[in-house]
Ligand binder design. Sequence first.
Ligand code: PEP
Length: 247
Amino acid sequence: MTRPILFAANWKMHLHPGEARTYLDRFLEVDQPRAGRTVAFFPPAVSIDVVARMLKGREHYLTGAQDVDTEPKGAFTGATSVQLARGAGAAAALIGHSERRHVYGETDEQTHLKLRAVLDGGLLAILCVGEKLAEREAGNTMAVIERQLSAALRGVEAHADLAVAYEPVWAIGTGRNATPADASEVHGGIRSILGRLGIPVETRVLYGGSVKPDNVAGLLAAPGIDGVLVGGASLDPDQWADICAAG
Ligand code: PEP
């Protein structure tokens, strides 16, 4: 089955509103939107508003939040709720990115609560999963991913507004990416787990981890890879447009 391809740019802690505007001016000049492809931008929270405004009315693009809080509002200094993100123009959110899990110590349970908040709030959730190097070397890749998926997706069967991103932790920001064959094998495993959890077959499974213009085509050609989640190489508008033109 062919699913629409999703190209997701995770800007992490880069590009303030003025820089985001300059970036998008250039990106929109060089990008060639194509049917069956969506390009999503995940700017830092302060830049969601400007990105969403610039992309408004352009059906091939969407704006999202890099993280959200589990709570809808209240005395949570520094946090961004789904409602705040949506009010700023976000239509999607990343959940469980490896930096949230391994730098900020986010647990599987917090990831689950965030995912619920995103889906209940009517946004597309991109749930990130992936193993650390030691876990891969110990042969535990699929066990780790199964634990992450089962915990996060508990009770959220049959939800259409969901994509999963397979991001091996050892490949994020390291310049080391999984080969298309390795990624494809894990994607097949993820698809089986999603099936057992009752998640619809239309759910896209993206690959993330040191995707660049010169390796994206090979990844997109591999069976079961429905798009990419990209950090470093999405920070340059020309490079990102090259990636979005691949395949
Ligand atoms: C990411 O931030 O999700 C990511 C995959 O980063 P990079 O492309 O820089 O490895």
